[in-house]
Design a binder for this molecule. Structure first.
Ligand code: AMP
Ligand code: MG
Length: 482
């Protein structure tokens, strides 16, 4: 049996889509973590030499390693050529559910697109991506997955020498808004059409038979991004670097860099050390997603209609759908967070009132909603909710109004709330702690324990990993680490 049963399509596209590049072998591969459940889902051979394969030291049969070309707007500034500077796509597999998935090594050495970079990844960011991607999957949010983390036995030079690692990433595809921008910037309409056809076959097969397949594709991407960003906000996730090259047309969350989850609820929260203007702040994410989609729509204009004015009109009409689609998903999600399965006229005012009280009282986003789930059953749980607020009386006026509204529900709110409001999220200080132990002491026990706790977010947790940080434990800044 082959380690991986590849069925590669992207490598069949014309040469200007990528640069063939085998991963560069590393000194001493050591498997830190292997996702056996995901491997089974992908039909991989559990007994293959995964440390060597995931380090890039052994290229499995059928792999066609390529670095993919893409462009992108980074913090609003366009770079016509970025590309995989430290990653290679090994190839594609069809998983047990019949879905096509990419298998990519990240941190696998220099490529045609490395520019000044070393093509490598440090252990810290690899562990961070592993933890957060898998936590997002457990939360039911579309995301790329982590198949493996391998230590390379080599140092990477950042501000200091750090242990190196390679992450094996699994994605519905690695096609980004920036991939379309790469060809649009070159006026290469033929490549745009091939890329769009490829993406349609992969992500929007129904669009192929639509009256205007490219328009149906654009509409599909818009709908997926609107839903994705709503899901991010509903769990307090901040991506941190929503550049167009980190925006996947599949609708999966991709590229976990300086990402973080809210502890206290602060709409303007920024964690990333390089996001000085707050472009990618928590509450700004819907606006940025819409901006990214407008960049995609611009690329697709030559495919939408022969007449440019007609194409622009179509794109504008479709982009206008982002706001309402996002709002609908976000509002439905917020209602569910409060146990409201039906929609009533004053719901949003009730919810906004709560959010405002949370913001002014530095209430923990996750724990407030989780404890409210218990309070929906019994007012004795109110104390735990109140304890989240700087002023414990801040909810005195709100709780009775909420309870009155709950009385209008036909279904029991608590089960809905428990299935919607996680008890545990990957807290920033816990991630930092797990990374610190691994990087400085080669101790992976905290990483393992945190990973295990994050696998069941909707069960009750008494583990310390579920607790909010005490003020002195708070980690309020994150770094790209590239
Ligand atoms: P990211 O911040 O990971 O989304 O990366 C942005 C761009 O920089 C992509 O083109 C990456 O491939 C490239 N890049 C990031 N880190 C490195 C590195 N260490 N070596 C080479 N290229 C890199
Ligand atoms: Mg990226």
């Amino acid at each position: 049996m082959n380690a991986i049963s590849f069925d590669n399509r992207y490598a069949r596209l014309p040469p200007r889509f990528f640069a063939p590049r085998p991963p560069a072998p590393v000194a001493a591969p050591r498997l830190i973590k292997f996702n056996t459940a995901l491997a089974a889902e992908l039909g991989l051979d559990p007994d293959a030499p995964w440390a060597e394969i995931c380090a890039g030291n052994l290229v499995p049969e059928g792999a066609e390693p390529i670095a993919q070309a893409y462009a992108g707007h980074q913090f609003g500034h366009f770079t016509p050529q970025l590309g995989d500077g430290r990653a290679v796509l090994l190839g594609e597999v069809i998983d047990r559910a019949g879905r096509r998935r990419d298998i990519q090594l990240k941190g696998s050495g220099r490529t045609e697109f490395s520019r000044g970079g070393d093509g490598r990844a440090a252990l810290g960011p690899v562990l961070r991506e592993y933890l957060v991607a898998e936590a997002m999957a457990a939360l039911g949010i579309p995301t790329t997955r982590a198949l493996a983390a391998v230590a390379t036995g080599e140092a990477v030079r950042r501000e200091t020498n750090l242990p190196g690692a390679v992450l094996t990433r699994v994605a519905a595809s690695h096609i980004r808004v920036g991939t379309f921008q790469f060809f649009a910037a070159r006026g290469d309409t033929e490549a745009l059409r091939l890329l769009a056809d490829h993406a349609i076959a992969r992500h929007d097969p129904a669009a192929a038979s639509a009256e205007n397949p490219y328009r149906a594709f654009l509409q599909g991407v818009i709908a997926r991004q609107a839903s994705l960003v709503a899901q991010w906000l509903l769990v307090g996730f901040i991506h941190g670097v929503m550049n167009t090259d980190n925006c996947a047309v599949s609708g999966e969350t991709i590229d976990y860099g300086p990402c973080a989850f809210l502890d206290t609820y602060e709409p303007g929260k920024v964690f990333s050390s390089i996001d000085h203007g707050g472009r990618y702040a928590y509450a700004n994410q819907p606006r940025i997603a819409a901006w990214n989609l407008a960049r995609l729509a611009e690329c697709l204009l030559p495919l939408l209609a022969e007449n440019t004015d007609a194409a622009v009109a179509m794109a504008q009409e479709d982009l206008a759908e982002f706001g309402p689609t996002f709002e609908a998903a976000y509002e439905t999600g917020l209602r569910r967070k409060l146990g409201l399965s039906r929609s009533m006229p004053d719901d949003m005012a009730l919810i906004e009132d709560l959010l405002e009280r949370m913001a002014t009282n530095a209430a923990d986003f996750t724990l407030t909603f989780r404890h409210l789930s218990a309070a929906a059953e019994t007012p004795t749980a109110d104390a735990a909710v109140r304890a989240q607020f700087a002023n414990p009386n801040a909810l005195d006026a709100w709780l009775p109004v909420w309870r009155q509204r709950l009385a209008a529900e036909n279904t029991a709110p608590a089960p809905l709330m428990r299935a919607t409001n996680p008890a545990i999220i990957p807290r920033n200080h816990r991630i930092a702690e797990a990374i610190e132990a691994a990087v400085t002491n080669d101790d992976f026990a905290p990483f393992e324990a945190l990973h295990a706790a994050l696998a069941t977010p909707f069960e009750d947790h008494t583990s310390p990993y579920a607790a909010a940080p005490r003020p002195e434990q708070c980690v309020s800044q994150t770094f790209c680490g590239t």
